[in-house]
Design a protein around this ligand. Structure first.
Ligand SMILES: [Ca+2]
Length: 153
């Protein structure tokens, strides 16, 4: 029981540290990368942004493997929270990648906001949303991600 509680708490902490979403894409699986840190949503500078970094974002969202870094998807709002991320491509969360730190990246502007194109997830057909409920997709993909995290222990 204690083990289960520990597992659950670690998943919740992981989810709290860095939430990720894609915005302004043409499908739910591509768009501008936005990250949440300390409750604040912001964007990622494309300095040092590559397919390995994109891979981690797609994995974190429970989507298929990254196809391309994609974009541009227009200018985001808020702070540019991350730059020069150096993922190996195998991490489960962008917060596990090497990077200089979470803080406003004043050397970047929103013109440089990073994007990704993820593959359509394999499990998508197993997790259908009723027609007309596609607006729930972000919540759905978040729940799916939590389930993946639980399954990986
Ligand atoms: Ca990189």
């Amino acid at each position: 029981m204690l083990r289960i509680v520990w597992k659950l708490s670690s998943v919740i902490i992981l989810a709290e540290i860095s939430k990720v979403r894609l915005t302004d894409g043409t499908t739910p699986y591509n768009g501008r990368v936005e990250v949440q840190y300390n409750g604040e949503w912001g964007t990622v500078c494309d300095d040092g942004w590559d397919l390995k970094d994109a891979q981690v974002i797609c994995r974190q969202l429970g989507f298929g493997p990254a196809v391309s870094i994609g974009g541009p998807y227009g200018k985001g709002k808020g702070a540019i929270l991350l730059s020069d991320s150096a993922c190996q491509g195998t991490e489960t969360s962008i917060s596990d990648c090497d990077h200089p730190g979470w803080y406003p990246q004043t050397h970047c502007t929103h013109i440089e906001d990073a994007g990704v194109i993820c593959g359509v997830p394999e499990g998508r057909s197993k997790l259908p949303l009723p027609f007309g409920f596609s607006f729930l997709f972000p919540i759905w993909s978040y729940i799916y991600h939590i389930l993946l995290q639980l399954g990986s222990y």
